[in-house]
Write a protein that binds this ligand. Sequence first.
Ligand SMILES: Cc1cc2nc3c(=O)[nH]c(=O)nc-3n(C[C@H](O)[C@H](O)[C@H](O)COP(=O)(O)OP(=O)(O)OC[C@H]3O[C@@H](n4cnc5c(N)ncnc54)[C@H](O)[C@@H]3O)c2cc1C
Length: 365
Amino acid sequence: MLVVGAGLAGLRTATLLAERGHHVLLAERRPALSGAVRTTGIFVRRTLEDFPLPEECLGPPIRRVVLYPPGLRRPVVLDSDRDEFRVGDMAPLYAATARAAQRAGVRLLLGRRYAGRRDDGASVLDGRDGPSAVRARYVVGADGARSGVARDLGLDRNRHLLVGAEEVFRVPPGAGPPTFHCVVDPSLAPGYLAWVVDDGRHAHVGVAGYGKRFPGGLRRSLDRFAAAPPGLERVVRPADVERRGGPIPVGGLLRRIASPDGLLVGDAAGAVSPLTAGGLDPCLRLSGHAADVLDDALHHGPAALARYDGATLRARFRGRLALRHGLAQVRTPALASAAFSVLRTPPGRAAARRVLFGDGSFPDP
Ligand SMILES: Cc1cc2nc3c(=O)[nH]c(=O)nc-3n(C[C@H](O)[C@H](O)[C@H](O)COP(=O)(O)OP(=O)(O)OC[C@H]3O[C@@H](n4cnc5c(N)ncnc54)[C@H](O)[C@@H]3O)c2cc1C
């Protein structure tokens, strides 16, 4: 097996396959997994319950979400009686996950970029020592939102993308509880949110939205938001901050995600909640299904791959896709402020709680 991309989707798929005795090569273009992290790393309760993430790589639990309209006045505060979110310390978390993969038998090649597929079916990996060809029975595209493996296997590709960027820095503990602040303001984050996650150890200050709709560009929106982020009044922003960012596919799970030569997982498959733009839970769950199907295919032949069907799973995203469409239509601050008058009513608060604290997650195949 060749797995391309050592994000959480690739690491998990590779590990599960190696644990079943298959030979797995995991190729990652980054020279170190601690560099160029893209995600905020918020894990939701369902993921924390179902997957054994290393405890020492998780921040304190967050139970409070504060939703702000444009102008930040009269925010809506939602408290849960359960631990809802924890932010992963992603560099050590990737490192720990990679060590577990290697212990399971995965051969991890860092600094090796998948550069395409030859006519004879071999995959080309490019690194410091030049290109080399790898023959694998199946190729797994875990290479993110703009997957080259999807292109080469003739599978569907993500077309509906947000772009996000954030700054991360250490903070002293606050007086209040760890909090996730979300600002709905299309002039700042068109079609999505601006956020501050403050768990009393680190702050993540970010914006995401439709790339073409940022007035003045993504970077300028982030600078504007980071100049006075809500909830961080106690903190002086350090000069040296970690910067993260990247595309987020929000068009829902892609329909064609398997061919007789391989399949897609994680962002490459569009496995991200169209509404919340959370992709960590979906990528872990879909990877489990991918490993089951590939194990079957390795024992019984490629017909097993027909079971890996994005179209069927996608049908269960209908509600979230409709809500994504609704959020995309909130194009002016006035409309966002009007939506808050609904959000402040008991049914509005109940709906927000269902989205933020509900039990929904990526559907089990
Ligand atoms: C700014 C931002 C914040 C986010 N915050 C959250 C959050 O808080 N919670 C949440 O649930 N989701 C969040 N998401 C979404 C989430 O991060 C992704 O859905 C998830 O990380 C997808 O994992 P993945 O393994 O599929 O892809 P990735 O983590 O993108 O991994 C893909 C890997 O493939 C490698 N790669 C790409 N091309 C090649 C190639 N040609 N050859 C070799 N290697 C290659 C890349 O270097 C990368 O390591 C966020 C996304 C962004 C952009």
